[in-house]
Design a protein around this ligand. Structure first.
Ligand code: RUQ
Ligand code: CUA
Ligand code: CA
Length: 639
């Protein structure tokens, strides 16, 4: 875009409203006030006029398929959702940290094994889905997701869209920011521990802050095994994180450089920082055995804190204003953009300068910053269209601002050039935003999804609790055009937008899928062929019930156990037909599980209630689905 064009755009869209604001005009108080009262800039008219063509483009008719998969965090619902783009139709929910009545997630043996030592916790708080890459392109293997509530990281297999690994991260509290290695391929997942805790956190030093060391850590997981491979102690705290396109560096924002435990304290400094990690150096030293461990954990730990003003070999701290939040890499691999939140600016870090930063060739850490454009109030996150433009969410202004990265860099050097191309109202208070393929080299600049935290007047009211508003923009032209409002339940933070050809899903399960390998192994021990046998095996007071299901019947229309037996029911769905799922629900036992085509599912419970208890199929599979039922007879102890 030419300077003239940029200037025209700016004049058209107007910067004056904000330009008087100083670097720290947005205080926490403004932030809170804006959140409470919202903005009056709702404008249905603005949506109505220019958008007809764009809306037609976004329309996905009956039986038409979307161009993209959106991998959506489900926030405090603890789940992940799959949404089609541009239709914004919800396609699937993937239970991860939550319980799911439809699939039996958290009830079945298979899911409990995946949830492991944390199977008892019933909630999670998912923020940042991160999908695996090869050479900076989505490769359709996995999406990873954080749990801010219970300090976990989970993995979702994209071929079946099921969670298959959950890892509890030790030595830290609350995993917030998450990113995976993009280049050469995703072998590592990086996770921010947000909160600063005492070490050891054993309850002996909760009064006297000075007596315990306080810190948080950056954690690396092996993407294949999901084991924690190292942790790096940092100064301050950790908010969001991003990797680069070389594989050597990651950056993480810190809003609490003050290491304060109260709100005012955390806003005291004019600048906090982006901590930059030299991942190669950490890997090298961990491999060479140069690490410590913390009490009660075997995880290798390296210390990335400054000591007496001296840097560690693992980290550098780049001061940026003020309580920064999102950090995002541009698809050309050149820049990270760190978003100011309490500053109306974002900081553009040139990644090519990071080797010099670590070689101590720069006179000042801030020499890696090549632009600090002033964008508006409350910049939280930024995404990119692959044409040199960035899009930042302005939480307080309830706007998205489109700006040109090169223009911002030239402006920083002193050239008189405008970098703001357009500001568009969103509804309301946007957090994350994501352009199609925007976190990969393939950023195609077609669609932009903005995850607005408040919907206020945009939908029919639903009582005090309202939907969020996930808005879709067409960004393929010179101007971004709002084309869709999408209500969403609790509370999408971030998404990945992946081209549909980049994900190959299975139509039915493979019989040898590891997802139900445990059940297959048990059957083998019992001499049971899961694909042919309907059998009840008694083993002391343990009873294992095996049955197949073919629409519209279970292989066993009844089975008998004794009161107090520990019963394991294993059902194998022999139907080959795509989309023909069965369910197994045992009445008054709090049990239901999905059994999709060629899947084996199992559940273990105690037969504590003598009497006859029906089980029935819960997925409407056949004209005779209602008849697909059977009876568990529980013989009374003294009967
Ligand atoms: S991060 S906006 Cu977890 Cu921004 Cu939600
Ligand atoms: Cu099987 Cu309904
Ligand atoms: Ca701060």
């Amino acid at each position: 875009m030419t300077d003239k064009k940029i200037t025209q755009e700016v004049e058209k869209n107007g910067m004056s409203r904000r330009s008087f604001l100083g670097a720290t005009a947005a205080t926490g108080a403004t932030l809170a006030a804006a959140t409470a009262v919202g903005t009056s800039m709702s404008s249905r008219e603005a949506v109505a006029s220019p958008a007809k063509d764009a809306m037609a483009k976004a329309h996905v008719g009956p039986a038409e398929l979307d161009e993209y998969y959106g991998i959506w965090s489900g926030g405090q619902s603890g789940e992940v959702r799959i949404v089609g783009i541009p239709s914004m139709r919800e396609l699937m929910r993937v239970p991860v940290f939550n319980r799911c009545s439809a699939t039996g997630w958290g009830m079945t043996n298979e899911s409990k094994e995946i949830l492991g030592e944390t199977a008892e916790w019933e909630n999670g708080d998912t923020h940042h889905p991160q999908s695996s890459c090869t050479d900076g392109h989505y490769d359709g293997r996995w999406s990873f997701i954080n749990d801010k509530a219970n300090t976990r990281v989970a993995r979702i297999r994209l071929d079946v869209m099921k969670c298959d690994k959950v890892t509890l991260i030790p030595n830290t509290q609350s995993i917030h920011g998450l990113h995976c290695q993009r280049v050469p391929s995703t072998t590592r997942v990086y996770a921010n521990g947000e909160f600063i805790i005492p070490h050891p956190n054993d309850g002996k030093l909760i009064e006297k802050v000075d007596e315990a060391e306080h810190f948080t850590m950056y954690t690396a997981l092996d993407a294949e095994t999901m084991d924690v491979v190292w942790q790096c102690i940092v100064d301050g705290n950790l908010d969001n994180t991003a990797t680069d396109y070389t594989g050597r560096f990651a950056g993480a924002t810190c809003y609490n450089s003050e290491m304060a435990f109260d709100l005012a304290g955390q806003m005291r400094n004019e600048r906090d920082w982006v901590v930059v990690f030299d991942l190669h150096k950490i890997e090298e030293d961990v491999k060479a055995g140069k690490f410590i461990t913390l009490p009660g954990s075997k995880v290798p730990v390296v210390d990335g804190r400054k000591k007496d003003g001296k840097n560690s070999p693992y980290t550098r701290y780049v001061p940026v204003p003020k309580n920064p939040h999102g950090i995002h890499a541009s698809p050309d691999g050149k820049y990270w953009v760190a978003n100011g939140k309490l500053s109306p600016t974002v900081s553009v870090i040139e990644l090519a300068r990071l080797p010099d930063l670590f070689a101590d060739k720069l006179s000042d850490e801030r020499d890696v910053i090549v632009a600090e454009p002033e964008l508006g109030l409350g910049p939280l996150h930024t995404t990119f269209d692959g044409r040199g433009n960035a899009y930042s969410s302005l939480f307080i202004d309830s706007q998205v601002v489109k700006w040109n990265v090169d223009a911002a860099i030239r402006h920083y050097k002193g050239e008189k050039v405008n970098y703001i191309l357009q500001k568009s109202d969103v509804h309301y208070q946007p957090g994350h935003l994501q352009a199609s393929l925007g976190e990969t080299r393939d950023a195609d600049g077609k669609w932009l999804v903005v995850l607005s935290k408040f919907s206020k007047d945009r939908f029919l009211p639903t009582g005090p609790l309202r939907a969020e508003n996930d808005q879709l923009f067409d960004i393929s032209g010179d101007e971004m055009v709002l084309v869709h409002d999408g209500p969403a339940f609790a509370e999408p933070h971030d998404i990945n937008i992946i081209r549909r050809d980049q994900i190959q899903t299975k139509r039915v399960w493979d019989r040898n899928d590891p997802f139900f390998a445990g059940a297959v192994a048990r059957a083998k021990q019992d001499g049971v062929n899961l694909e042919t046998d309907n059998k009840v095996i008694r083993d002391g007071n343990k009873v294992r019930v095996y049955m197949i299901s073919v629409a519209p019947s279970f292989g066993l229309s009844e089975f008998e156990v004794n009161e107090g037996d520990e019963v394991t029911v294993t059902v194998t769905n022999l139907d080959h037909i795509e989309d023909l799922s069965h369910g197994f629900c045992l009445v008054n036992h709090g049990i239901n599980m999905e059994i999709s085509p060629q899947q084996t599912s199992s559940v273990t419970f105690t037969a504590s209630k003598p009497g006859v208890h029906y089980y029935f199929c819960t997925w409407f599979c056949h004209a005779l689905h209602m008849e697909m039922a059977g009876r568990m007879k529980v013989r009374a102890k003294n009967g």
